[in-house]
Write a protein that binds this ligand. Sequence first.
Ligand SMILES: [Zn+2]
Length: 218
Amino acid sequence: MLKILVCPANHKNTYANGANEKGVMEALAPLLVNELDKYEGVIAHITKTYNSNGQYDGRPEEAKAAGVDLYLALHTNAFKGNETGACAFYHNDYPKTREVAAAFVKNLNAICPIKSNRAAPAIYAWNTSNWNFGELRVPASLGIAPVLVEHEFHDNLNGANWIVNNLPAIAKADAKAIAEAYGLKLKEETVVSPTPPASDTVEVNVSSGVKRIIINLC
Ligand SMILES: [Zn+2]
């Protein structure tokens, strides 16, 4: 069973449309958990840790205590106001995370009408010089595979509006990415419909001959 701690951004970066990253990612997180619940072999929980400093502090330790396999950080991106496309960050100590990151970028770019201007594959390994994100470093140091997803750039109006207006589709794409990377299958339909009657009336034999009785089958 793959256990995931879903960690929506805890910082209130303002979007070009006035939304903010914390609020939008906190709206995305439960949608993603619901989407993941459609797959076999995975259980996802949203972090309960919301440090007042607006950072991820305490979440890697929460992930460790919960014994999760994947620390998944949900973010949106900002640079100079005219960049586009999904990016994802992984950790070389956990080779699977590279695959997970690539699946995120692929599935997010597939549903976003804004063409990415990132250099493919738009996935980046954590390292001490360029991408020294604590949100990757700390979970990794505790033995947990980390992936950080920057879903799209929010510092331009098109990107910000697309994110805010497409959270259900984004959640689906995120879940699909995880499913592809880990080979998860959708749960089979477990509710079996009874065979419907041929008609909504039945004939019932009553002791003294045959009477036609109408029984309403709902
Ligand atoms: Zn962020």
